[in-house]
Structures are given as C-alpha cells and as structure tokens.
Design a protein around this ligand. Structure first.
Ligand SMILES: [Mg+2]
Length: 384
C-alpha cells in the first residue's frame, strides 16, 4: 500500500457548530492506492494560525506520497527532521499529528482492528471524561450547568472564571488580574462548587496568562473551593516561573497542551514541575507521540489527561491511546454537549454517564460525514 495524497480540510465557522477554538476545525485526509483513507485532526487556534497549518499540510506530499502508510515511525521522523531548522514545534508538529493519527486510522482499517488493539490492547472498558460548562457565564448559570454536569455522571469539570483583560487584545500579556476580576472568579467558582456538589473534581485553567505573583495570589484565593488542579499557571516559555509557582502553592499543577513532542515533556518530568500532564494528541505529535509521553510519565507515576479543545477525532485519538495507558486520569471534552462534534461524523459519539464508549469498528471507528464536510469547508485547501 502507498500513500497517494494528503489533504487538509478547513471547516469554516458556521452557526451549525460554532463551538471549537475560534469556531473552525481542521481535519486531515490521507489517501492510499488501495482505497483505504485515514483521517486525522488538528486543534485549531487563531484563524491566521489555522491557515498556516493547512498550508504546511498542503505542502507535505513530496515527503509522504509513495511511502507505505504502515511505516509510521519513518514518516513521523522524515517530516519532523525537515522542520528542525524552522523550529520543531508548533505548526510542524500540528501537521505531523494530523498525519500520524490518519496513518493509525489506515493501519487499523487495513488490519480490521480498533487502534487500541494495535497499541497493546485495552486495559479498561471505557474512558472517563471531564468536561466544561459554557464559557463566559455568570454565577447563577454556572451553578445550574455544574448541577447538570454532575447529574450527567461526569466526575470532573474544568473552567476559566477569570475575565479578559483589555491589554490582552494586542497579544500582550500584562500578567495581572484586577481584584474585581479575582472576586468575580471566586464567586463563579464557589457557585460551581455549590451546583456540582462536594465530590466533583473541579479544575481551573489559568491559560498561561498570569505572571508569578498573580497566579500565586489567584490560586491561594480560590483554594477554599477545593480545586483539583491549577492548569498552565504561567506562560509556557519559562520552566523557572513554573518552579517558582510550584514552590508557593498547594494546588496540584497541570501543564502540557502547549508542549510539543516527548522532548518538551522531559523538562517537566526531570524537574518535578507538574502533578498532571495534559498533552493534546493533535498538537504534540499524534497517537505515536501521546503513547510515548504517557509511558515517560508512567515512569514518574504521573497521570495523563489528554487535552481537547477541538472535535471528534481529537477525542477519539486520545481515547484510543488512553485505553492502553495505565496512568490515565480523565480525558477532556471541550463541552458537555457533544452534538457539534457529531455534525462531522456519521454515527454520534457514545457517551454515557460521563464515559466515552469507543466504537468497535476498525481504526478510529468513525466515518466522516462528507456532505457536511464539503458544504462547510474552505475550497482553497482541499483543492477539489
Ligand atoms: Mg488548557
């Protein structure tokens, strides 16, 4: 079998699923000469960055066309090494991730096996999820949604209660938070605790927005609501800043969605900088890389909780790996109602009592809804 084409699909923001990061989604199609097609996904960020990733994907044919899609390690390294001069993180590992996931989908379909059967086999029957209330809601609605999430069977939920600061409009991180913003966030968090009940694991995402004294102040001030983890306390660039925070707060720390490949996780592991790791399978290097990072973390007895701010393939790719990983905590779904994800696939994701039950069909276990994809995607990238 040989790869014949790599195609990015940029799904434009529409009311039908205005839901993902900036409302857009990127899927990656890898075709072969034997009629088997694999699918991957890249979690989207800003519309400009999304188009840059699609442009990289569109230029990868010379590196992958003609290769055997079963030779996943070879193809992964071949692409990765071509990008090391421009920086082997970010757009290049996003593109690699999308292709890697699609290659595992092809391998599963060709061997008539779900991907988790090819990664060592399942060690659990289903995947525990944690989820989110809607963003930018007040305390009353937050309390109502927290109760709804608890009643749906989820045992963990995450949110970012801190208001946007004006300085952030230009991308500048002033690193601070007003005392008024802090008070509002504490009120929302207390309302969520009240709605969700004492047993819910509440996680707060600081989104790498704060400087060291601010993140320490905010973490201490929200601690009475019993917080399970404090995510991305500081911007990703400084391990020393993370060290400083870790030495000053008692809430467990989670990082990883902005870390790309196994090499960027070594700093965290070797320096004891986090309690949970949250790699994003569509950014960090795909299914192959998530499995490797999970095994590295296992050696340090750290749990893995794959990040999701995207669509159905992100969730499924992470779930297939986590079916085989002993040190699994919970897998993220960016919203507690997944109907938007189901637009893209022919059979809805099977979520019951806060748990994802994987399809037993081969590969990722899904078929894309091509009519929906064609009707809502940007023609300049898919080249049809
Ligand atoms: Mg996050």
């Amino acid at each position: 079998m040989k790869i014949t084409k790599v195609t990015p699909w940029l799904l434009l923001a529409t009311a039908a699923y205005n839901f993902g990061r900036q409302g857009e989604y990127i899927f990656v199609e890898v075709q072969t000469d034997e009629g088997i097609t694999g699918w991957g996904e890249v979690t989207t960020t800003h519309p400009v960055a999304n188009r840059a990733v699609c442009a990289v994907l569109q230029q990868l044919d010379p590196l992958v066309v003609g290769e055997n899609p079963f030779h996943i390690e070879k193809i992964w390294n071949k692409i990765f090494r071509r990008f090391t001069y421009m920086g082997s993180r970010g757009a290049s590992t996003n593109a690699i991730s999308g292709i890697d996931i699609a290659l595992w989908d092809i391998r599963g379909k060709a061997m008539n096996q779900p991907i988790y059967e090819l990664l060592g086999g399942p060690i659990r029957e289903n995947i525990a999820l944690y989820t989110h209330p809607d963003p930018n809601i007040g305390p009353d609605e937050a309390k109502r949604q927290a109760k709804e999430i608890a009643e749906s069977g989820h045992e963990g939920m995450k949110f970012d209660p801190y208001p946007h600061m004006k300085e952030e409009d230009n991308g500048y991180l002033n690193g601070g938070m007003t005392t008024r913003g802090e008070a509002e966030a504490n009120e929302i968090t207390a309302a969520i605790r009240e709605g969700a009940g004492p047993d819910m694991e509440l996680m707060i995402d600081a989104h790498g927005r704060f400087d060291v004294p601010t993140t320490v102040r905010l973490a201490r001030s929200v601690a009475p609501s019993n917080i399970h983890w404090w995510e991305e306390p500081v911007p990703v660039e400084s391990p020393q800043a993370l060290r400083n925070v870790r030495d000053q707060i008692d809430i467990p720390i989670s990082v990883g969605e902005r870390l790309h490949t196994r090499w960027e996780f070594t700093t965290i592991l070797e320096n004891d900088l986090a309690d949970f790791l949250e790699p994003d399978v569509t950014w960090t290097g795909g299914i192959s890389e998530l499995k490797k990072i999970s095994t590295m973390a296992e050696a340090y007895y750290l749990p893995i909780a794959p990040h999701d701010a995207s669509g159905p393939i992100n969730v499924l790719a992470g779930a297939h790996v986590m079916m085989t990983v002993p040190n699994f905590y919970k897998l993220e779904t960016a919203r507690h109602r997944l109907v938007a994800y189901d637009n893209f696939i022919q059979t809805p994701l099977d979520v019951r009592k806060g748990r994802l039950h994987l399809p037993d069909a081969p590969g990722l276990g899904i078929e894309m809804n091509m009519d929906f994809m064609r009707a809502n995607s940007d023609e300049q990238f898919r080249g049809e």
